[in-house]
Write a protein of this length. Structure first.
Length: 96
């Protein structure tokens, strides 16, 4: 579980990132979660964009992504989800 200070630090680092995944009409599926898990191992911090045509609630999508990828939900702002998971091999981010 992240503290408020750690979430604030991660939000600041995520500000300049572009969303590398999109959740669309198909919603959250196993393939998407697998790809996000692999990307988190390489990057530790990433953004996921929820498209307008996604039929699921954005809060449910964010929780499903975090749970499926075993990651921390840093932020849900608008239709953008920020996820963090400490990498086992590529540690790049040092939390305060």
């Amino acid at each position: 579980m992240l503290t408020g200070k750690q979430k604030r630090f991660l939000r600041a680092n995520a500000h300049d990132l572009n969303a590398i995944f999109q959740v669309g009409k198909g919603g959250v599926n196993d393939n998407l979660i697998k790809q996000i898990r692999e990307a988190l191992e390489a990057r530790e911090l990433l953004k996921v964009s929820i498209l307008q045509n996604c039929e699921e609630d954005k809060h449910d999508v964010a929780k499903a992504l975090a749970k499926g990828a075993r990651a921390e939900l840093v932020q849900l702002i608008g239709l953008t989800v920020v996820l963090y998971k400490e990498s086992r091999e590529n540690k790049q981010i040092k939390l305060p």
